[in-house]
Design a protein around this ligand. Structure first.
Ligand code: UDX
Ligand code: UDX
Length: 444
């Protein structure tokens, strides 16, 4: 099938490459000329495992092309996915300016049937608004002398791709959700995903949009729940890792997304939780539970900072080494990374910050001023009064901690992801502090 994707960011690019892999002819659009130029040359602007290899393969056999022209993409395709950014406004609402612009442009250049599919995370009822925008602009076109009315459908097909494993998630989805209002739209979307033989959830557009909101907010709630429990563990001599394991074996609960830490970040959860709270307010419901999810997430960073302040005693003038900057491992994405608030607070208190991240440093340089970036964890450790583990990169599991300890001024490790085994670290001579693991606390 001929497919267009408008917006070649994380979601659009991964989807485009994967649709080409499924055998479709894909044309990806982006407003950013430089990005399109690089993508045409096979250069991926983000770090996503496996993406560049597939991009090059499908560029070469011409299953995948790039353009800056929505007109060109619309003419060549029957199904058009909208995957442009939907950033948060100051009040938490999703800013849908880009979505509206794209819908208008598609309407002004389409001259036969099109299926327009929203892929970006949008508030419920956006599908209806896209439909209205297209209708209004088609009318404008007829007034200018275009021929008869043009048939079209709008659908919702939310993405559930995790950065760092986006290709794997696309190719092996737990489910594909499609919100449709016509048999024709359903048939086309079923056809697009047929090679994956996925579990399909077919519903109306508003329900599909809500599935996305509710899923991401539920996952964020799971994280905040375990983080809240971790705070109690610290006071009761319990270990959150064992608590999560014990809970996780219950199939009704499951172990996934019960990793306590410094809170969730990234381009989705913080934004999606905010947007769902706002959407609920507009529907006349005060979603207090989600407000608490958000508050617990913020507190988790504050509690981590309090722990550092308490154990370091004096923060001013201390050298702090940060292992990991990206909002999670296997990505270079710094959007809403917990490292941002943590590092900024410590800098404000007068600490000197050294940092290392396998992929995140180029983006981090756009976020922070006055950090010393290091070439590896050993250079990072040199002269440090403590280390903070903020992103759980595999590479950090294999470090030579004897060498690290020897390079440090004092061997204190704050593990913001419970990545290391507390007793192993203590055996190596580190003063080790995790999240909700009171073993070290009890020892004093
Ligand atoms: C986006 C949405 O923000 C998110 O809500 C949704 O769930 C998935 O899509 P992401 O792909 O991470 O997330 O966004 P980003 O990496 O910022 O990519 C958006 C792309 O759209 C950028 O490349 C931008 O240049 C492009 N864009 C934006 C357009 O092509 N046209 C526009 O009018 C605006
Ligand atoms: C998320 C959704 O999972 C995905 O379906 C899609 O809708 C986009 O948004 P992403 O933001 O890429 O994906 O990463 P995810 O793996 O969900 O992690 C989000 C944040 O939660 C990260 O900061 C991560 O470190 C944190 N997290 C995750 C925890 O703190 N604990 C956990 O147990 C799991």
């Amino acid at each position: 099938m001929n497919i267009a994707i408008v917006g070649s960011g994380y979601v659009g690019l991964v989807s485009g490459v994967c649709f080409a892999h499924l055998g479709h002819d894909v044309i990806c659009v982006d407003i950013d000329k430089e990005k399109v130029k690089n993508l045409r040359a096979g250069k991926v602007p983000i770090y996503e495992p496996g993406l560049e290899v597939l991009l090059k393969k499908y560029l070469k056999n011409k299953k995948l092309t790039f353009t800056t022209s929505i007109k060109e993409a619309t003419k060549k395709s029957i199904a058009i996915f909208i995957a442009v950014g939907t950033p948060s406004k100051k009040n938490g609402d999703a800013d849908l300016t880009y979505v509206e612009n794209v819908a208008r442009e598609i309407a002004l250049c389409m001259d036969d049937y099109k299926l327009i599919i929203e892929k970006s995370t949008v508030p419920a009822e956006t599908g209806k608004k896209i439909e209205r925008t297209i209708k209004l602009n088609l009318q404008k076109k007829y007034r200018k002398g275009a021929k008869n009315s043009i048939d079209f459908d709008v659908a919702s097909n939310p993405e559930f791709l995790r950065e760092g494993s986006a290709i794997e998630d696309f190719m092996n989805p737990d489910r594909v959700v499609i919100g449709v209002e016509s048999k024709k739209a359903e048939k086309l979307l079923r056809e697009i995903y047929r090679p994956l033989k996925p579990k399909m959830v077919v519903t109306n557009i508003n329900s599909a949009e809500l599935i996305k909101h509710a899923s991401n907010s539920f996952l964020a709630a799971k994280i905040s729940f375990i983080n809240a429990v971790s705070q109690i563990c610290d006071h009761l001599g319990a270990d959150i890792e064992m608590v999560a394991e014990g809970m996780g074996y219950d199939k009704r609960i499951g172990r996934a997304f019960l990793n306590a830490g410094i809170g969730y970040g990234g381009s989705c959860f913080p934004k999606d939780v905010d947007a769902f709270i706002r959407l609920s307010e507009k529907s006349g419901y005060n979603f207090r539970m989600l407000k608490e999810v958000r508050a617990v997430n913020e507190e988790q960073k504050e509690n981590f900072l309090k722990l550092i302040e308490e154990k370091l005693w004096i923060v001013k003038g201390k050298t702090i080494g940060v292992l990991g900057l990206a909002f999670k491992s296997n990505t270079d994405d710094m959007r809403n990374a917990p490292s941002i608030d943590i590092i900024n607070a410590l800098k404000l208190e007068g600490a000197k910050i050294k940092a290392y991240d396998p992929e995140g440093m180029p983006n981090a340089k756009k976020v922070f001023k006055g950090l010393t970036y290091c070439k590896d964890p050993y250079a990072l450790a040199k002269g440090c009064d403590c280390l903070l583990l903020l992103t759980e990169w595999d590479e950090f599991a294999k470090l030579d901690f004897k060498k690290i300890k020897a390079a440090m001024r004092q061997a204190i490790l704050f593990d913001g992801r419970n990545f290391y085994h507390d007793q192993d670290m203590e055996a190596l001579g580190f003063e080790y502090y995790g999240i909700g693991r009171s073993l070290t606390e009890r020892k004093g």
